[in-house]
Design a protein around this ligand. Structure first.
Ligand code: SF4
Length: 430
């Protein structure tokens, strides 16, 4: 039987989906891509923006026509099961708190198919139970060349625009010894790059051991050839220990910061728990421990209360700090959040103009970043092969075509070399 797991949203969702794929592979099922035909589709949804929900509905409609059963889970399914179920009769929603039970679905289907029960009836009769959010522990990755390891769940912050903390609940952590054991297991399985994920990764704080603390315990245990990335770093809990961990050679020079605004007034208005001066501290320290790292950020335009001068403060900050990429989101009020009916909303036209300005700035900053990297020593993870050429992502997160790959090179391998020009990586002769 063919199964497709389609994922929207963050790297954490990707990580959880991969673990679900892994459980189906172990039972002998085939994992296919979204354009292929499958009997069972699993859609792992996101609720961050209304666009992500729209896309989920579109894909669920398509899959419900192609497959016998569509399982929908994730943050959107948690927040609006009724809306999703109304899309078709062959949809089964699994709420977020029971999502990890999907790791047992493959076994359940296998047993019921032997008893001649239809796939839809089998999935409908699946008695999902609440399981630990850290049950996801994939040892194989169907849709990625790198490994993903979930070490944190939920968030104790209450940013006024966010639905994720409502859907995912309070912050929880994977025990540090288990973080180390799982990372070493992935390394032993041959993964050269591991991405640590969580809803709010920097909120990791097991018995006073922050993210920096657990990394400083883990990194020396890994081979000098293994590389780590952090999926995202919320600024409020970035501290000296975490910066120290980021200086390790095993940490890729790539950091993603959901900054949202650099205006103290706006940050306070939307209940973000840091100031522009802390952002300054974070950026300058990351730059101090890595040579011109790829620092990307999320930024929201038109947050309630964002006046022209606040926007200008943010724009100038982004330009001065030379971010390598900006992920720009025009603010859209989300149901169940305090900003849903904010009185100080910014006109949509103004919000969109600001988004356009920042997207243009992002193009300029990205080009400047790539230009600065030309000729510099770098590493690349081999991800895919097309028409004889390899494609991959460098340690500092540039997508490249790789020339002169050794004949015996394999997907998932890391090679050393340098960027020759935009989009082209040359492997060093060994
Ligand atoms: S830090 Fe804020 S935006 Fe991020 S998950 Fe927590 S509440 Fe949401």
């Amino acid at each position: 039987m063919k199964v497709c797991v389609y994922t929207l949203g963050c790297r954490l969702n990707q990580c959880e989906s991969e673990a679900i794929c892994d459980s189906f592979l172990k039972e002998g099922y085939e994992i296919v891509k979204e354009n292929d035909e499958a009997s069972l589709y699993i859609v792992n949804t996101c609720t961050v923006t209304s666009k992500a929900e729209q896309k989920a509905r579109r894909m669920i409609r398509i899959f419900s026509k192609k497959g016998e059963a569509v399982v929908v889970t994730g943050c959107y399914a948690q927040m609006n099961e009724k809306e999703i179920k109304s899309l078709s009769d062959n949809i089964i929603c699994i709420p977020l708190v029971k999502k990890a039970s999907l790791l047992d679905l493959a076994k359940h289907i296998k047993t019921s198919l032997v008893a001649n029960i239809s796939l839809f009836d089998s999935v409908s009769s699946f008695a999902e139970v609440e399981t630990s959010p850290f049950s996801y522990n994939a040892q194989s990755f169907s849709y990625h060349s790198r490994a993903y390891l979930k070490i944190q769940e939920g968030c104790d912050n209450e940013c006024a625009y966010c639905r994720v903390h409502i859907a995912r609940g309070k912050s929880q952590f994977l025990d540090p010894n288990e973080v180390i054991a799982r990372a070493l297991e992935l390394e032993r399985s041959g993964f050269r790059e591991i991405v640590l994920t969580g809803v709010n990764l920097t909120m990791y704080d097991h018995e006073g051991e922050g993210l920096g603390g657990v990394l400083l315990r883990l990194l020396p245990k890994l081979s000098l050839n293994t590389r780590l990335r952090l999926s995202s770093m919320e600024p409020d809990h970035i501290d000296e220990k975490l910066i120290e961990a980021c200086s390790d050679v095993r940490m890729h020079p790539h950091f993603h910061i959901p900054l949202q605004s650099a205006s103290d007034k706006v940050l306070k208005r939307v209940n973000r728990k840091y100031s522009a001066s802390h952002l300054e501290w974070v950026i300058s320290n990351l730059r101090a421990v890595k040579d011109d790292p790829f620092i990307a950020c999320d930024v929201i335009t038109g947050l309630p209360g964002e006046e022209e001068e606040d926007f200008e403060i943010t724009r100038r900050f982004l330009e001065e700090k030379q971010f390598a990429a900006l992920h720009v989101f025009p603010f859209s009020p989300r149901p169940d959040t305090p900003l849903m009916n904010a009185k100080d909303r910014v006109e949509e036209r103004v919000r969109d103009e600001r988004a356009l300005i920042l997207r243009e700035l992002s193009n300029k900053l990205s080009d400047a970043y790539i230009t600065r990297q030309i000729g510099k020593k770098s590493e690349v993870l081999l991800e895919s092969r097309k028409n004889g050429a390899f494609y991959g992502t460098t340690g500092n997160y540039l997508k490249v075509k790789i020339d002169s790959v050794p004949l015996n090179a394999q997907r998932g391998e890391i090679l050393k070399g340098h960027i020759e020009k935009k989009g082209v990586f040359i492997v060093d002769e060994s």
